[in-house]
Design a protein around this ligand. Structure first.
Ligand SMILES: O=C(O)[C@@H](CO)O[C@H]1O[C@H](CO)[C@@H](O)[C@H](O)[C@H]1O
Length: 475
C-alpha cells in the first residue's frame, strides 16, 4: 500500500495557560501510522509528541494525591470513578504498580452491596460542591457519593493484565480485583435492572458521566425541583459559566441527591422512586464491553461458572441493544425508562456501541457514515452532540465539546469494525487539539480552543496510553 495522505499542519498557538507547557508545539506536524512526511525529518516531527508526553507525565504526577489521582486541581479535588479507571491506563505507561494502586484505592470505597461510588472523598476539600456533607452517606466506611458512573474498571484491569510487563504483579492484582469487579457488575444486574431487561438504568445525570447531555433535557425537565437548601456552586469559581451546566440543571441534580439521601441510597428503593430513570447509552455500552472483558478475565482465572453467568448478561444485553437503534437516524439513542420513549438527541454516546462491539456490521456502517458527516461539519472531532442540531453548543460541556476519552473509545470501536481511515482521522484530530491547545478537560470542536479544567488527568492519560502509540514518526 502506498503512503496514506494523513499529514496535517497544526497552526502555531502558544499554551500560556499551561504551567507545564509543550511550547515547542508550533508548526507541529501530525503523522499517523502509514503516513510519509515529505517536508521534515522524523526527529523534528516527533518533538511535539515528546513534549506532550512529558507534560502528560507531569500532570499525572502533580494530580497524584498518594495512590489516587484527582481529575484537576481545584475543580475536581477528589477521586472520580471512571476518571480513575481511565487514568490508570496512563499510569500503566509510567509505573504499573501505580496503575494497579489507582484501582485499589477506588475499590477501597466499594459499598457492601457492590456499588462503586462515583466520587470518593478521601480527604476534605473546600473547592468542590456538593461535597461529603451534602451526600451524607453516613453508613459507609469512608465519605463517598451514593451513585455510580460508567464501569470502565474491568476494561482497564484486562488491559493492565494483558499488556503489563510485570506478569506476577498483574496476576496477583487481577485475582484480588476480580471478585470486587464481579460484585459491582452483579449490582448493576440486580439494582439497576430488577426486571431483567438486559439493559441497566441510570438514575442521575452525574451517573452517566455526560451530565448535561442534550439527551437528558426531556427526562430532567420532568424532575420537579424540590425546596432544597440554598447552595453555592463552586464549579463557576473555576470555569466560565458558558462552559458548564445551567442553574436549572443543577437544581434538579441536587433535588435528586436529596431524594436519594432521604432513603439512605438504598438501592432496592432508588430504582423505583427516582423521578429520573434512563437507559443511558454510555453506561450500557461501557458495561457491555466491561462484561466482555470481565468474562475474559474469568476464563483466565479459571472461573468458568462465573464466565457462564456473564455470558447470560451479555446475551440478553445484545438483544436489548437493538431496541436503542434508530435505523432512520443511523444512530443509537438513549431511552427514557419512565415514558418508554427513545430520546431524540443524537450524541457522541450513540457511537459507543462500536466500543462495546454490540453493533452489527450494517449498524456499524451507518454509524461510520453518520460520524463522517459530523466530522465534516467541524474543525476537530468528535463533537459530543450533533453539530447540525439547532441547540448545538460548541463550548458547553457535554452539549458540543470534544472529549479525548470518548474519542479513544470510539476510535477503538472503529478499528474493531475495520474503519481504519476514520479511526486515523479521529486520532489525528485529537492529537492536533492537544498539541495546539494543551491538555484540557474538553475542546471546542469549531475553533479547537481548550475549555473546562486545565492540566486534566484523563486527557493526559489518553495521551500516554493512546496517542503515544497511535501517532508515531513516519517509518
Ligand atoms: O461536573 C462535575 O462536577 C462532575 C460530576 O461528576 O462531572 C464531570 O467531571 C467528572 C470528573 O472529571 C467526570 O467524571 C464527569 O464525566 C464530568 O461530567
Amino acid at each position: 500500500m502506498g503512503p496514506v495522505a494523513c499529514l496535517t499542519t497544526v497552526p502555531a498557538e502558544a499554551q500560556a495557560h499551561q504551567s507545564f507547557h509543550a511550547n515547542d508545539a508550533a508548526s507541529a506536524v501530525v503523522v499517523i501510522p502509514g503516513a510519509i512526511n515529505t517536508d521534515k525529518g522524523v526527529n523534528d516531527e516527533y518533538e511535539p509528541l515528546k513534549n506532550l508526553l512529558e507534560l502528560s507525565k507531569q500532570i499525572l504526577t502533580e494530580n497524584d494525591r498518594g495512590g489516587y489521582t484527582i481529575p484537576a486541581k481545584g475543580l475536581y479535588p477528589y477521586q472520580w470513578n471512571w476518571d480513575s479507571a481511565l487514568v490508570a491506563l496512563g499510569w500503566a505507561t509510567l509505573d504499573e504498580g501505580r496503575a494497579w494502586q489507582e484501582l485499589e484505592m477506588l475499590f477501597s470505597a466499594q459499598w457492601e452491596d457492590g456499588l462503586v461510588p462515583h466520587i470518593v472523598f478521601h480527604k476534605p476539600s473546600p473547592t468542590y460542591f456538593p461535597g461529603p456533607e451534602i451526600w451524607g452517606t453516613v453508613e459507609q466506611p469512608m465519605g463517598t457519593t451514593g451513585i455510580t458512573q460508567p464501569p470502565v474498571a474491568a476494561i482497564t484491569v484486562r488491559k493492565l493484565y494483558e499488556e503489563g510487563v510485570n506478569k506476577e504483579l498483574a496476576m496477583q492484582k487481577a485475582k484480588e480485583l476480580f471478585p470486587k469487579l464481579l460484585a459491582w457488575h452483579r449490582w448493576f444486574q440486580t439494582a439497576r435492572d430488577p426486571h431483567g431487561t438486559g439493559l441497566v438504568a441510570t438514575l442521575h445525570p452525574w451517573e452517566s458521566g455526560m451530565d448535561n447531555s442534550p439527551a437528558w433535557d426531556e427526562p430532567l425537565h420532568n424532575v420537579p425541583v424540590d425546596p432544597i437548601p440554598p447552595y453555592v456552586r463552586k464549579d463557576l469559581g473555576h470555569v466560565d459559566s458558558a462552559m458548564r451546566p445551567k442553574q436549572e440543571e443543577y437544581d434538579r441534580f441536587l433535588t435528586l441527591v436529596y431524594r436519594f439521601r432521604a432513603v439512605n441510597y438504598d438501592c432496592t428503593k432508588l430504582y423505583f422512586l427516582s423521578p429520573f430513570r434512563v437507559t443511558d447509552l454510555c453506561t450500557n455500552a461501557v458495561l457491555y464491553r466491561a462484561n466482555l472483558d470481565l468474562r475474559w478475565l474469568a476464563t483466565e482465572l479459571g472461573e468458568n461458572e462465573i464466565a457462564e453467568e456473564i455470558d447470560g448478561w451479555v446475551e440478553k444485553a445484545h438483544k436489548a441493544f437493538d431496541t436503542l437503534y434508530d435505523a432512520e437516524a443511523g444512530m443509537y439513542k438513549s431511552k427514557d425508562q419512565l415514558t418508554g420513549k427513545l430520546l431524540a438527541a443524537k450524541t457522541s454516546a450513540g457511537f459507543l456501541p462500536l466500543f462495546a462491539r454490540v453493533a452489527s456490521a450494517e449498524q456499524a456502517a451507518a454509524l461510520a457514515a453518520t460520524l463522517e458527516r459530523w466530522l465534516d461539519c467541524v474543525k476537530s472531532g468528535i463533537p459530543s452532540y450533533d453539530p447540525e442540531a439547532a441547540n448545538f453548543e460548541p463550548l458547553r460541556y457535554w452539549r458540543g465539546p470534544v472529549w479525548a476519552i470518548i474519542n479513544w473509545m470510539i476510535t477503538d470501536g472503529l478499528r474493531a469494525y475495520g474503519y481504519e481511515d476514520l479511526a486515523c482521522r479521529v486520532e489525528a484530530d485529537t492529537y492536533e487539539l492537544l498539541v495546539s491547545h494543551g491538555i484540557s478537560e474538553y475542546y471546542n470542536p469549531v475553533t479547537g480552543a481548550a475549555a473546562g479544567g486545565k492540566l486534566f488527568s484523563w486527557t493526559a492519560a489518553m495521551c500516554l496510553a493512546w496517542l503515544s502509540k497511535a501517532v508515531t514518526p513516519a517509518c
